[in-house]
Design a protein around this ligand. Structure first.
Ligand code: PFF
Length: 452
């Protein structure tokens, strides 16, 4: 591998372009939709604490490692792992790590697109004034009626998938980069406005207390696994997507600095979403553990009653859709890159094929909210099961493998050269990636299967 090797898909035009795109991939439904509802389901503060520890001790080191592998390999995850295992003198089977990631990405996208479809539908509900002066029961009914209708969910899922594929088909520079440039700043402005609203509600302190007070009696082994899975999901780790974005990264950019910045922004957005949503939940006597519908049943209440709520409601859901889009394009990019590089397909065709598979898979999630709602495996609906297996099992396993490869298999001189970190920073990263991250993932797995 030479230092001048570049990806055939091109490169990010600058450091800020990479940071924006990677932040766009990290910040998405995971922060605004998923983080609050799983925090609500898992009891609040102690769960948040474990989540933050997972981001700092496991997430950031693995993000650095995954970006580094991508930039050194410069290809899709399967080829990158193949090339790097040859370079490291390691087993050729490491390429299966790339496969695991691609499959996880498509599975996640299949339900991600359905939920993003909900957000798209809510743009129109907000626009048409459906939330105006509506009470809690009316808002809950609106949501129930909506997810009870397969046709509506199929329509919005299809629209969202089509938008994703259109952007991805246009390629790295035109599609991915341009779409995130204005998104992140807009998202922050809106969250700040909603934060001001949340601070004026009577349930503000109760919400804050729920999010930050530590009650470890509410924390099960499974909750720790969910917190860890969420760290992987939210940072977009363990599935080759960070690897692919790393492959488009110019040589002179500091991977460690960029990763820490991206993780910090991602975490801030998740915490902000929690600080906004829980005060509304408590002000209106709602149940914080109500599940995936949480933001769709709480925020409309706020929009329906606050001054300027119509405008904020429309803007909020528009931005949520955009945040979801910039993540969705990252979820499908590893597969598209692989189809182009190893099957010689055009980018358009690769998008069409992988998009079709994902779109069809999305029906499983759609039906699990209505016609198959009572069909459960291990007490979970098909959507919950898909989410559990991908986020809590596949991503941590992918992350564990990345940590082992980067820490134990790759030659030290190569990782040193790629990261360009002065000591002791390099040594801290080495320690975390070699011992702490793999041990933590492993221990959580042992705990969940009941060995501990
Ligand atoms: N990080 C995204 C979110 O929090 O919504 C979801 C995601 C994107 C997961 C990209 C995985 C990924 F590769």
């Amino acid at each position: 591998m030479t230092d001048t090797k570049k990806s055939i898909h091109g490169e990010w035009s600058s450091r800020s372009a990479f940071i924006l795109a990677a932040t766009g991939s990290a910040v998405g439904l995971g922060n605004i939709w998923k983080f609050p509802y799983i925090t609500g389901e898992n009891g609040g503060g102690a769960f948040v604490m474990v989540y933050l520890l997972c981001v700092a001790l496991i997430g950031i080191p693995i993000m650095i490692a995954e970006t580094m592998l991508g930039r050194r390999g410069r290809e899709n995850p399967v080829h990158t792992m193949q090339v790097l295992s040859v370079e490291a003198g390691a087993d050729n089977n490491w390429r299966y790590l790339g496969w695991l990631g691609m499959v996880a990405g498509l599975l996640i996208l299949s339900y991600y697109s359905v939920i993003a479809g909900w957000a798209s539908a809510y743009v129109f509900k907000a626009f048409s004034g459906s939330f105006f002066a509506a009470d809690v029961t009316a808002i809950e009914q609106l949501f129930r009626d909506f997810i009870g209708s397969p046709m509506q969910l199929i329509f919005w899922h299809t629209l969202f998938m089509a938008a994703t594929l259109l952007i991805v088909a246009r390629g790295v520079g035109n599609g991915l980069e341009k779409s995130v440039r204005f998104l992140m700043p807009a998202l922050f402005v809106l969250l700040a406005l909603l934060l001001i609203y949340a601070m004026t509600t009577s349930g503000y302190f109760q919400g804050i207390h729920f999010l930050f007070s530590l009650d470890f009696s509410k924390l099960s082994g499974n909750a720790i696994l969910i917190a860890m899975g969420q760290a992987f999901f939210s940072l977009g780790l363990g599935m080759g997507c960070v690897m692919v974005y790393g492959a488009y990264l110019p040589k002179d950019i500091s991977i460690a600095k960029a990763s820490i910045l991206i993780a910090a922004v991602d975490t801030l957005v998740a915490l902000l979403a929690g600080i906004i949503i829980f005060p509304i939940v408590f002000t209106h006597g709602l149940n914080p553990g109500s599940g995936p519908g949480l933001i769709f049943e709480t925020l409309p209440i706020a929009f329906g009653t606050m001054t300027g709520g119509w405008l904020f409601g429309v803007l909020f859901f528009v931005i949520l859709v955009f945040a979801a889009l910039s993540s969705a394009i990252a979820l499908i990019e590893p597969t598209v890159a692989w189809l182009v590089e190893s099957r010689g397909m055009s980018r358009e065709r690769a998008c069409l094929q992988s998009g079709l598979v994902t779109w069809l898979l999305g029906f499983v999630t759609i039906f699990s909210f209505n016609v198959w709602a009572d069909f459960k495996i291990f007490g979970l609906t098909l959507f919950d099961l898909l989410d559990y297996v991908t986020a809590n099992l596949m991503l941590p396993i992918g992350g564990l493998a990345i940590a082992v490869f980067a820490g134990w298999k790759m030659k030290r001189q190569h990782s040193e050269q790629e990261l360009g970190l002065p000591n002791p920073h390099y040594q801290i990263w080495q320690f975390l990636i070699k011992y702490i991250a793999p041990a933590a993932v492993f221990l959580v797995f042992l705990d969940v299967v009941g060995v501990l």
